[in-house]
Write a protein that binds this ligand. Structure first.
Ligand code: FE2
Length: 425
């Protein structure tokens, strides 16, 4: 049978070069050098990196693209962002959530993202965000996997009705249990919220992804309870701690005890470098802490670490463009992750690692995987991060669903070439 598509001469994220990828019936059929077959269509990817799609492990799609409604965040702090989101929530409609989220999904797909785990605020008796994002999840399903986390933004105990609303959201089809223990009024309330939410997840057979210790307070140690509860309830491999920025400020001795517990519990950590480099350290004079969790130490311990985008043009962050290479680029800088190996791992933290955390079926470039992939205007993952490379083609099940031209500029300079590409060679 003639294959539907063959991508010729691709470089892969694992370092293989000059590989052909054969696609039929929406699946990868074969991967190898110079495969003697002729596809109905062929894409010449000689010297270009072909990767499975980007996966955003942490996002807030109910708030995205709402920048300036009803006003801008003046201080730039997390707390003013939460307050501002509270003002916006009061006037939010399902239609507006759906319209903005679909617009963001268009941008995300154009940037090669094909799976997003989005938290959705349940501290609103109307559950506007839940209604909106469940509709969006259904509508984008053919081209984008959307996982939703029931997120009590204003605190499980701090916000009246949140406990009941969170359960209602799960009943309506929201996929995961979320939480925000550091935002409860006391450490004890935070600890209790982690216990209750993990028990709820165990009861319902759901995964957990909790905003955990998004603070510079080194004594914010809810990740410890999250890992311990994961083990107690047998939730290993189904739990993620998001942000975990207090780990940046923790005492090294305590961290040396904490990291093995996280690994033993098989808890994944999701850092959000774009947001936490702007939100953390706000109470510091100088030096100002960077506020990203301890990525290299987690890697050394064998803990899976993904990077999320978290916010795009919303009450917390005015910037962002759905570009997971920008996220990885920021992680490289904030975490001093500049060795070649560390930069390659940062690429994995926006592709294969979050795919595993989300439990995506058929992800990858091995035979039998769904033929979802992105052809990048870069030779390898390091160049892709350096240039935030153009997504030349984005394919879903072997069909091109988005494409962009390579980034080139015409030059009008005496004695110089008439055009320049951002890539070297
Ligand atoms: Fe978040």
């Amino acid at each position: 049978m003639q294959p539907d598509l063959i991508i010729r001469g691709a470089n892969l994220p694992d370092g293989r070069e000059g590989v052909d990828i054969v696609v039929a019936d929406g699946l990868v059929q074969a991967v190898g050098p110079r495969i003697p077959a002729e596809g109905r269509e062929e894409i010449d990817a000689h010297g270009l990196l072909v990767t499975p799609p980007f996966v955003d492990a942490h996002f807030h799609m109910d708030a995205t693209l709402s920048l300036g409604i009803p006003r801008l965040n003046r201080s730039g702090t997390l707390l003013e962002g939460i307050q501002l989101w509270g003002e916006l929530k009061r006037v939010l409609t399902v239609e507006a959530v759906v319209e903005r989220a679909l617009a963001y999904c268009d941008i995300a797909v154009a940037q090669g993202i094909q799976a997003i785990r989005s938290h959705v605020d349940v501290c609103d008796d109307r559950l506007t965000g839940v209604h909106g994002l469940l509709e969006v999840k259904r509508r984008v399903a053919p081209y984008l996997t959307l996982q939703l986390v029931a997120f009590p933004q204003d605190g499980l105990y701090r916000s009246p009705g949140a406990r009941e609303n969170l359960r209602r959201a799960l009943d309506m089809g929201v996929d995961l249990v979320g939480g925000i223990p550091h935002f409860e009024r006391t450490m004890e309330d935070g600890r209790r919220s982690v216990v209750e939410l993990c028990e709820l997840a165990a009861e319902r057979g759901l995964m957990v992804d909790m905003h955990c210790d998004e603070t510079d307070d080194p004594l914010s140690r809810h990740i410890e309870t999250l890992a311990a509860e994961t083990r107690r309830l047998g939730l290993e491999g189904r739990v993620a701690g998001s942000h975990c920025t207090s780990m940046h400020s923790m005492d090294n001795y305590y961290a040396s005890k904490l990291l093995p517990l996280i690994r033993e519990a098989d808890v994944a950590i999701i850092a959000n470098p774009l947001i936490n480099i702007t939100i953390q350290g706000r109470h510091d004079t100088y030096p100002k802490r960077r506020g990203m969790t301890r990525v290299p130490e987690l890697w050394a311990e064998g803990v899976p670490v993904a990077f999320g985008h978290d916010c795009v043009m919303d009450p917390w962050y005015s910037l962002g463009s759905g570009d997971m290479l920008e996220v990885a680029h920021m992680a490289v800088h904030v975490g001093l992750l500049t060795s070649q190996e560390a930069m390659r791992r940062c690429f994995d933290s926006v592709t294969s690692v979050p795919a595993a955390i989300l439990g995506l079926d058929g992800y990858g470039l091995e035979p039998g995987c769904r033929a979802d992939m992105v052809v990048l205007d870069a030779r390898d993952p390091v160049e892709a991060i350096r240039l935030k490379a153009a997504r030349l083609q984005v394919l879903r099940a072997g069909k091109v669903i988005a494409q962009s031209p390579p980034r080139r500029a015409e030059l009008r300079l005496p004695g110089r070439p008439s055009a320049v590409a951002l890539r070297r060679g």
